[in-house]
Design a binder for this molecule. Structure first.
Ligand SMILES: C[S@@+](CC[C@H](N)C(=O)[O-])C[C@H]1O[C@@H](n2cnc3c(N)ncnc32)[C@H](O)[C@@H]1O
Length: 208
């Protein structure tokens, strides 16, 4: 089955990329703020049938450059774009993405004090995910002074984040304390080194 009925164009640094080629793939995985791209690159290598397209979006040009250096020849199931993810997400048709990955998003996109800013983004994501698809959100709790995390405070935060995504319309399908096995990225590795002060939580969020 084709993913897209029409062509989509992503505007990138004044160049226009035609991504109508996505019609050749059965599945689409999109990573928001993919940093140096290591996580998505590993995922794309596991896709033996090459029928899933992996799209990584990163705003920082130096990180984007690093992701492009992960492979020397073009990979036919992976593309890293240097753009704000809001812009790219808006271009994707509704119910077209099988999996959206948000691995340790910037505080601007997940912290409690910024929720008025980021809630509209996740509402948009809700409509971009296919009916059987999901948003994988890996996020972290730290206290304001970066002291060791107090269990009750972590539990309060966890309740808050689950309630917030439920109110947005997501269904919390699965919760993993920490990071699922075999998931690695530069920031996962960095944050996992300080488990006393950084508590990681993984949520699998569906739209039904
Ligand atoms: C904490 S880092 C995590 C990077 C990567 N996911 C990892 O786990 O190694 C957050 C990333 O999101 C990127 N980012 C922040 N805002 C963005 C936006 N609006 N569009 C695309 N990328 C963004 C940052 O440049 C940064 O690379």
């Amino acid at each position: 089955m084709n993913l897209f009925k029409s062509s989509i164009f992503l505007d990138q640094m004044d160049h226009t990329i035609n991504v109508s080629f996505l019609t050749n793939y059965d599945k689409l995985i999109v990573e928001l703020g993919c940093g140096d791209g290591k996580f998505l690159y590993q995922l794309s290598n596991k896709d033996e049938n090459r029928n899933t397209f992996h799209l990584g979006i990163e705003i920082d040009p130096s990180q984007h450059r690093k992701s492009c250096l992960l492979f020397s020849n073009r990979k036919d199931n992976l593309l890293f774009v240097n753009s704000p993810f809001e812009k790219v997400i808006d271009e994707l048709p509704d119910y077209s993405v099988d999996e959206i990955l948000s691995v340790l998003p910037h505080p601007k996109y997940i912290d409690r004090e910024n929720e008025i800013f980021w809630k509209p983004l996740y509402k948009t994501l809700l409509h971009k995910i296919k009916k059987n698809g999901h948003l994988l959100l890996i996020t972290e709790y730290t206290d304001e002074l970066f002291s060791p995390v107090i269990c009750d405070e972590y539990m309060n935060w966890k309740e808050w984040i689950i309630a917030t995504f439920t109110d947005l319309g997501f269904c919390v399908n699965n919760i993993v304390e920490g990071v699922p096995p075999n998931y690695t990225s530069t920031y996962i590795d960095l944050f996992s080194n300080d488990q006393e002060r950084i508590k990681i939580l993984t949520l699998f969020l569906t739209n039904n």
